[in-house]
Design a protein around this ligand. Structure first.
Ligand code: KPL
Length: 319
């Protein structure tokens, strides 16, 4: 049942809405819509999409289904007004990132803040070339769980943690208290992280441990804690940590294992994004996850047979 009276009205009556900002989100996937849900009751949220949706966007917390009070702009429609983006969130797959940035770069305000979130490793230098010197680039890593139950609806499947880090100097300056309050006050269980390289590698290692195995075996994240997966997870993370260390990232295998198992527990009822991609016959992010470990390993002369095996198996399932 779609509730006509949304929490937005409830919050509005209580006067909780302060400093309303205009936010734009690229990507109406599980993360994009979960973010929209987190922000839409205190801020004005517009989804930037590539088609016209006729059904409203919605968020399900389990029993109840809420209309998301968001607008949307179809960027492919030349007759629609173009946005001026102050705070832009790009929540697309790693292989769609470059194209997404290219498509919104002309609409970024001079002092815009751009937040990206994706699995796997992207080339930040490549992204930065689309940004002006006053435009800040942030990365956030999240394990908040969401399942798209249809084109416009996401169902929350787990709280998960979120970390926000600065990717360029201007973002570092703006990682100030008032600014991080803006982000962290809206996203449950979120924190600032001060070492972006470490943050991105930590996220990568979690995805190395969870995504390919959950996709191949079509199991929920929590099921990967079963002993039958333990040795493969250990081998995958061992290789990935050796490569991370060669890349000057100080991550120890036991820490990587601990956080991977914590995320499996925290998101035990989630189907990972890769498990959902395989189930729905979609392209996966394996290239940017195990493929990245294999590529960086080759660069350092480190053999990574377990990650290569995952890469090959996933490419066979969907190339
Ligand atoms: O990032 C994720 C994903 O599904 O892609 C995790 C953290 C594994 C949560 O499901």
């Amino acid at each position: 049942v779609l509730l006509a009276i949304t929490p937005a009205i409830f919050y509005g009556v209580l006067g909780v809405v302060t400093n309303m900002a205009n936010l734009h989100i690229v990507g109406a996937g599980a993360i994009g819509l979960s973010l929209a849900n987190a922000f839409a009751y205190d801020h004005s949220v517009t989804l930037l999409v590539r088609r016209r949706y006729t059904v409203p966007f919605a968020f399900s917390s389990g029993q109840e289904l809420y209309h998301l009070p968001v607008k949307h702009i179809d960027l492919s429609d030349p007759t629609q007004n173009k946005p001026l983006i102050q705070h832009g969130f790009i929540c697309v797959k790693s292989y769609q990132l470059k194209q997404a940035i290219q498509s919104i770069a002309p609409y970024l305000a001079e002092h815009a803040n751009l937040f990206i979130s994706h699995n796997g490793m992207s080339d930040l230098k490549e992204i930065e070339q689309y940004l002006g010197e006053k435009q800040a680039l942030f990365f956030f890593s999240t394990s908040m769980g969401g399942l798209k139950i249809n084109d416009t609806t996401v169902k929350a499947t787990g709280a998960g943690e979120t970390y926000l880090g600065a990717c360029n100097d201007i973002a570092l300056e703006r990682l100030s208290l008032s600014f991080n309050q803006f982000f962290c006050s809206q996203i449950p269980h979120s924190k600032i992280h001060h070492n972006i390289a470490q943050l991105r590698w930590q996220k990568l290692l979690i995805n190395v441990a969870i995504n390919p195995l959950s996709a191949i075996h079509q199991v929920k994240n929590g099921q990967l804690r079963q002993p039958r997966y333990a040795s493969m997870i250990l081998q995958l993370l061992n290789e990935a940590c050796v490569v991370a260390n060669a890349d000057n990232i100080d991550i120890k295998l036991n820490e990587a294992l601990t956080s991977a198992y914590q995320v499996m527990t925290g998101t035990q009822h989630n189907s990972s994004s890769m498990a959902q991609d395989i189930l729905n016959g979609r392209h996966t992010e394996i290239d940017a996850i195990c493929g990245y470990i294999v590529k960086r390993g080759a660069y350092h002369g480190i053999d990574t047979p377990y990650n290569r095996e995952m890469l090959n198996q996933l490419l066979k399932l969907h190339s």
